[in-house]
Ligand binder design. Structure first.
Ligand code: NAD
Length: 332
């Protein structure tokens, strides 16, 4: 039976990337019943909320979605459609695997790390105000429940995937109360998993160690803001935003998306790399239990890269559609 999956085609380069994924999934004969749902700039232009309630309700009903990048309108009062979806669907865990891909030369051979980013609190509560005419306050919220939840997700993932080490990342030396609570929660959860090696690192040291000793690391777990920054750093180590996938998990729903945004300046140019959205879609296949399809699509991607077929960001001249067709032809 076909798996039902909600599909947000996104803004900017989003629709071009989705078209590439559709071609590849068709060639892999993965039985997906895509259900188009609306969100993003098109909704705003039609006078609707950026994420309509019907979209939230449909993803809740189906339980799985693939989302192409969306543009956050600039201006007072504009909300990010991405943050809105994460909050409304209670997607508390943002999971970003980074690994070396064949055919993509970087200084970071043997990179294979999964980053768990808490997705619901920290400075992303968007509680900000001017305390005086010249002083702004941005409120950082850290709770033990959300911290324990993301740490548990990281340790559970480690167990389920044969991973050996989980490192908690924080800045508790300075933010002794907020990050101190995250660290306390990390240590409490770590004690429940004696089979998994664990320790903690301060975030600035973690960044330095990532680029000098990346092979030492397996799973990293951290609050929202550090996760946002460290996962983009790690995306760069993997080969750039064009190749870095992501997944957001909640208790009832999962939404898969590339790390990058809608790259508006490339809209309609058939130029950008579909790999990040494709690898997000293969994470989704794992979630759906379609492990064989995941392996064959990733094999086809690797074979294509090994042949030197690459988009501009990786030094090649393949178009979005040409690169997608090349992967699809490996599957036929
Ligand atoms: P961006 O990630 O869209 O693009 C930055 C640059 O990265 C691009 O100019 C391009 O050089 C490169 N890039 C991005 N995706 C690529 C791809 N697939 N292949 C090759 N190169 C790629 O970031 P931005 O320009 O800061 O943001 C544009 C819009 O996207 C904003 O409205 C922002 O709010 C939104 N955004 C959305 C998401 C999301 O949907 N999850 C994430 C980040 C930003």
């Amino acid at each position: 039976m076909a798996h039902q999956v909600c599909l947000i085609r996104g803004d900017g380069v989003g629709p071009e990337l989705v078209a590439g994924v559709e071609v590849i999934f068709k060639a892999a004969k993965v039985d997906i019943d895509w259900i188009d749902v609306e969100a993003g700039l098109k909704c705003v232009e039609a006078g609707k909320p950026i994420v309509p309630e019907e979209t939230v309700a449909k993803i809740k009903e189906i339980g799985v979605g693939l989302k192409a990048p969306m543009t956050t309108p600039i201006g007072k009062g504009s909300v990010s459609p991405n943050v809105t979806l994460r909050k409304k669907l209670d997607l508390y865990a943002c999971v970003r695997p980074v690994r070396s891909l064949p055919g993509i030369k970087t200084p970071f051979d043997g990179l294979d790390i999964v980053i768990f980013r808490e997705n619901t609190e920290d400075l992303y509560t968007q509680i900000e105000y001017m305390a005086t005419e010249h002083v702004a306050h941005s409120v950082k919220i850290i709770s033990d429940s959300a911290s324990e939840q993301i740490c548990r997700a990281a340790f559970e993932y480690a167990r389920a995937n044969g991973r050996k080490k989980v490192v908690g990342v924080h800045k508790a030396n300075i933010m002794k109360i907020g990050d101190g609570l995250f660290l306390k929660s990390f240590k409490k959860v770590a004690a429940e998993y004696p089979d998994i090696e664990s320790w903690d690192n301060i975030v600035d040291n973690q960044c330095m160690q990532l680029v000098t000793k990346w092979k030492l690391y397996d799973i990293l777990v951290m609050p929202n803001l550090y996760g946002d920054i460290v996962s983009d750093l790690a995306a760069g180590m993997m080969g750039g935003l064009g190749v870095a996938p992501g997944a957001n998990y909640g208790k009832k729903c999962a939404l898969f998306e590339a790390v990058h945004g809608s790259a508006p300046k490339y809209t309609g140019m058939n130029k950008v790399n579909p790999t990040a959205l494709l690898l997000s879609a293969t994470l989704m296949l794992d979630h759906l239990g379609e492990h064989e399809a995941r392996v064959s699509i990733e094999g086809a991607l690797e074979a294509t890269l090994n042949k030197g077929i690459k988009t501009y960001d990786l030094g090649g001249d393949a178009t979005t559609s040409g690169f997608s067709e090349a992967i699809a032809s490996e599957l036929k």
